[in-house]
Design a protein around this ligand. Sequence first.
Ligand code: SAM
Length: 243
Amino acid sequence: YFTDQSIQLQKPFSVSGDTFHHLVRVMRAKENEEAEFVAANHQVFLGKIQRIAEKSAEVLPTKQLKHVVELPIEVTIACGLSKGEKSETIVQKGTEMGARHFIFLPTEFSVAKWPTAKVARKIERLQKVAVGAAEQSHRAYIPTISYCSSLKELVQWPGKFKIVAYEESAKQGEHTQLHRQITNMRPNDEALALFGPEGGLSTSEIGTLTDAGFVSVGLGPRILRAETAPLYFLTAISVFTEM
Ligand code: SAM
């Protein structure tokens, strides 16, 4: 359960609001049971629920848990806007797979649009999906969700590894480029990977991206759906950096 507390061993703290609701009303936690709590600084503690009141619960932190659940690389998944529930699937599954940030943006072949008036509500909804998935996967971070209004803005991203998944690269047999990129990554490096919507990315968008230093990579010889491609990428990061 995520808290915004600074947690210290053997110092009771109180949970309220959404965390209390999830802990007590949804998960039906009872007094004297133990659960995992994430402090504001992302440290994870085992806590004993000492007392449950109407709107809050008192928790005694009994042990700090040191197992590492976060990917060693801080991964940002950027996706062209896709139709329907695909953005929710990407956030839910991508959070389980360890992504730290999600950026959604309109691209040339995006059929879906996020009207300005609805952006805040969409982000709020996706942020809730991220919280649920982060709790389910015992993540120490809730991934951030943001909207970027254009590719021109996205290419300003300051991190070290900038990657675009492009199926034409896969067709040209450049499967090894992804592996090459990942094996150059070191713990705490930041990597952003962009994925197109259902209709893919245009050649002019690929040009803009490669001019800005993005490396085009293939994700194997099969064409993956827009919501599957980021998971392939995150799996590869996990396999090659967490072993
Ligand atoms: N334009 C393609 C088509 O209609 O056949 C499909 C685009 S695919 C559904 C959506 C996105 O997933 C692509 O823009 C790309 O970023 C990524 N993608 C899917 N399969 C890929 C692969 N084999 N290699 C690299 N990227 C892939």
